[in-house]
Write a protein that binds this ligand. Structure first.
Ligand code: F6R
Length: 611
C-alpha cells in the first residue's frame, strides 16, 4: 500500500521519481506527490487523483529542478484522498518533509503531546503527526537527522516506512522501516529508496533489503545503514534477478491480460525450480527434508484473498494425496484466534505474492511464537514474510503489477501441488509419482491452449456487461476455484458475485436466483460431477443462465447449459490450474466491457500492508 520512492544523485530527480512512481501506482492511486530539493529550497507538488494529474501539472517533472527528491502514490488510510492529505507532508518551517506507507497507531496521543508543544496540524493524516514528531527531535538535537529518527522510532507505534528529506541536508534522502518494505538501490553516483524494486529496475539491480527498525541515509551514490540506536550496520548487497521488461505492458492493453498470458511460464518455472534432472521433486533448497515432512501431523495454511483461495485448493490436494489434516485460515482471523496450536508436528504454510501482507505476516509470527515451523510460499524475494519464515518456497511468477492476481495465484497452486506430492512420497503414500509429475508438467501447455479460446469468453462477458449479480458454484476443488473466479469478477468489474459450495445453494442463497442471472458452475471433479450437475439444474429451473466449465464427455448439462467451456483433461488434483483460466478471462472481459480500469480497481491496492 502506498508507493514510495526516493532519489539522490546527479540527474534531475523529478522525472526519475515520476517514472518510478508509474511502476508503483498499483500500490495506491488516489493521490500523488513529489518533493525535490534544489539547494536550500525544497519544492513540493501534490495532487488528488492518478499520477497523471500530477505529472501534467508539473510538465513531466520539468518544472521541479533538483537532483534529490522523494515521491509518493497514496492509498488513503487516515484522511480522505485530497490535495492536502496527499504526501509529502511537512513540518511548519519545511525543515522536515516526508512520505509514509503504513499506519501510526498512537497518532492521537502523539498529536495531543505535539499540540501541547505548540504544533498545529493542517491535514487529517497520521503521517503529519510523525513528521512533526521527527521535527521536534530534529530541532532539539541541533539538526541531527539520525538522532531525530532514532528518537522518533522509539515513540511511534504501528507499521511504517518513511522516506524523509531534511531541508538543511539537501543532497540526502533518509529512510526508516518497521513492518513495511523498504529497499535501498545502489546506482553509479546515485541511489534510490523504494517500497518495491520494480520502480528502480531500469536503473539498478544492486539492492539492500532494510531489516525492521533500520535506518538508511543516501547521499549521491553512498548508502549508509544504521540500527535503531543509530549504530552503523553492514549488510551485503543483493542482486535482483527480475527482468526489467517484466514490469512493462509489452503490447497488451492491461497488465492483467499480460499476466494472464504469462501464467504458463510462471507455472513452468515454479515447477522446474523444484524438480531434479531425473524428474523427481527436490525441496532441499527450501530445507524441507523427507524426514521433516514425515514428522508433520497437522498443517495450517494461512493467507488472504486469492492466496487464501490457492490455499483452499492446497488443502484438498494435500489431504487427498498425503493424508495430513489441513486447516486453511484467513490470516486476518487466524491472528486473533486462540487456537490450541500444535507446535511439535505442526507446519504453518503461509502463502503470499507480495510477502508483505500485514495480516499474513502477523499470523506467521503468531504461528512461530507457538512453536510451529513456518514455510512461506512467496513471490517477492527479500520480502518480510520470506525473511522471517523458517523455510521459503519461492514462486517464480516474476513481478506482478495488476492489482488482481493471476500468474502469482497459478504459481502458488503449482507450489502447493509439489508440496503435496513430496509430502505423500515422504510418508510412503505415493510409490510412483511420475504420472502426477508428468501431468503437472503438461499444465503450462494446456493453459496456453485455453488462452487460444479467449474470444469465446469475451462474448459471454459482453452479454453480461450490464448484469448486477452472479453466482459461482462448485464442490471440493471446484468450490475453491469458484471462490477465486467470483473474487476476480467482483474486484475488477464491480459486478456483484458470490461463490457458493454447490450443495449449500438450497440452504439459503438460491432465493437470490432470478431470471437471466449468470450462474457459473465448475465441474471438473469427476467423483462429484453428477452432484454439482443437479445443483446447476436446480438453479436453471429458477431461471438462471448457466455457464459451465468442465471436461469433454461430461454431458449431463448438454441441453441445459447456455454456454460450455471445456478445459483439457488433467489429473483431478490439478484441475484448478486450468478451470481458473476462463474465469480470470471472464472477470477481465467484463471489466473491459463495463469500462472499468482493469489494473487499478477502485479502493484496492496490490500490497496490503495495513491491517
Ligand atoms: C486478489 C488479490 C488479493 C491478494 C491478497 C493477498 O486478486 O490479489 O486478494 O491475493 O491481497 O496478497 P498477497 O498474496 O500479496 O499476500
Amino acid at each position: 500500500m502506498c508507493g514510495i520512492l526516493g532519489y539522490t544523485g546527479n540527474r534531475q530527480a523529478a522525472p526519475i521519481l515520476l517514472d518510478g512512481l508509474a511502476k508503483l501506482e498499483y500500490r495506491g492511486y488516489d493521490s500523488a506527490g513529489l518533493a525535490v530539493a534544489d539547494g536550500e529550497e525544497v519544492r513540493i507538488e501534490k495532487a488528488k487523483g492518478r499520477l497523471s494529474v500530477l505529472s501534467e501539472r508539473i510538465e513531466g517533472g520539468k518544472t521541479l529542478a533538483g537532483t534529490c527528491g522523494i515521491g509518493h502514490t497514496r492509498w488513503a488510510t487516515h484522511g480522505e484522498p485530497s490535495d492536502t492529505n496527499a504526501h509529502p507532508l511537512w513540518s511548519d518551517d519545511k525543515a522536515v518533509i516526508a512520505i509514509h506507507n503504513g499506519i501510526i497507531e498512537n497518532y492521537r496521543e502523539l498529536k495531543e503531546e505535539l499540540t501541547g508543544k505548540g504544533y498545529s496540524f493542517y491535514s487529517q493524516t497520521d503521517t503529519e503527526v510523525a513528521v512533526k514528531l521527527i521535527d521536534l527531535y530534529y530541532k532539539e538535537d541541533n539538526g541531527n537527522p539520525l538522532s531525530a529518527l532514532t528518537r522518533a522510532m522509539r515513540r511511534i507505534r504501528g507499521s511504517y516506512c518513511f522516506v524523509i528529506l531534511f531541508r538543511d541536508h539537501p543532497d540526502e534522502v533518509w529512510g526508516v522501516r518497521k513492518d513495511n518494505p523498504l529497499i535501498a538501490g545502489q546506482g553509479k553516483g546515485e541511489s534510490f529508496l523504494t517500497s518495491d524494486v520494480s520502480a528502480i529496475l531500469q536503473d539498478t539491480r544492486q539492492v539492500y533489503y532494510l531489516d525492521n527498525m533500520q535506518i538508511a541515509r543516501l547521499r549521491g551514490g553512498e548508502i549508509r545503514l544504521f540500527d535503531q540506536d543509530g549504530n552503523p550496520v553492514t549488510k551485503e548487497l543483493s542482486e535482483v534477478t527480475w527482468d526489467a521488461q517484466a514490469a512493462e505492458k509489452g503490447g497488451f492493453d492491461h497488465f492483467m491480460m499480460k499476466e494472464i498470458h504469462e501464467q504458463a511460464k510462471a507455472v513452468r518455472d515454479t515447477i522446474h525450480s523444484a524438480l531434479r534432472e531425473d524428474g523427481t521433486v527436490d525441496l532441499s533448497s527450501m530445507k524441507l527434508t523427507d524426514e521433516a515432512l514425515r514428522k508433520v501431523e497437522q498443517i495450517y495454511i494461512i493467507a488472504c484473498g486469492s492466496a487464501y483461495h490457492a490455499g483452499v485448493v492446497g488443502q484438498y490436494v494435500i489431504e487427498d494425496l498425503a493424508k495430513v489434516p489441513v486447516r486453511v485460515e484467513l490470516a486476518s482471523e487466524f491472528r486473533y484466534r486462540t487456537l490450541p496450536l500444535k507446535g511439535e508436528g505442526g507446519l504453518a504454510i503461509v502463502i503470499s505474492q507480495s510477502g508483505e501482507t500485514a495480516d499474513t505476516l502477523a499470523a506467521m509470527r503468531l504461528a512461530r511464537e507457538h512453536g510451529l515451523r513456518t514455510l512461506a510460499i512467496v513471490n517477492v524475494v527479500g520480502s518480510s514474510i520470506a525473511r522471517e519464515a523458517d523455510n521459503v518456497f519461492y514462486t517464480l511468477a516474476g513481478p506482478e503489477i495488476a492489482v488482481a492476481t493471476t500468474k502469482a495465484y497459478s504459481a502458488q497452486l503449482a507450489a502447493c501441488y509439489l508440496l503435496a506430492i513430496q509430502l505423500a512420497k515422504a510418508r510412503g503414500l505415493l510409490l510412483d509419482e511420475s504420472g502426477l509429475l508428468a501431468e503437472l508438467q503438461a499444465l503450462p501447455r494446456k493453459i496456453d491452449d485455453i488462452l487460444d479460446e479467449k474470444e469465446r469468453i469475451r462474448q459471454v462477458a459482453e452479454r453480461f456487461a450490464q448484469a448486477n449479480d452472479a453466482f459461482f458454484l462448485g464442490r471440493n476443488i471446484d468450490y475453491a476455484v469458484a471462490m477465486e473466479g467470483s473474487l476476480k469478477m467482483k474486484e475488477i468489474s464491480y459486478l456483484h458475485s458470490e461463490a457458493c459450495a454447490a450443495g449449500e445453494m438450497k440452504h439459503g442463497p438460491i432465493s437470490l436466483v432470478e431470471k437471466g442471472m449468470l450462474v457459473v458452475g465448475i465441474l471438473t471433479q469427476e467423483a462429484l460431477y453428477k452432484k454439482t450437475a443437479s445443483n446447476m439444474l436446480e438453479v436453471k429451473s429458477r431461471g438462471a443462465w448457466l455457464m459451465q466449465v468442465t471436461h469433454r464427455g461430461n454431458d449431463l448439462l448438454k441441453e441445459d447449459a447456455d454456454f460450455t467451456f471445456y478445459i483439457p483433461p488433467t489429473d483431478p488434483h490439478f484441475a484448478a490450474s486450468l478451470a481458473v483460466i476462463p474465469l480470470q478471462l471472464l472477470g477481465y472481459y467484463l471489466a473491459v466491457a463495463r469500462g472499468v480500469d482493469v489494473d487499478k480497481p477502485r479502493n484496492l491496492a496490490k500490497s496490503v500492508t495495513v491491517e
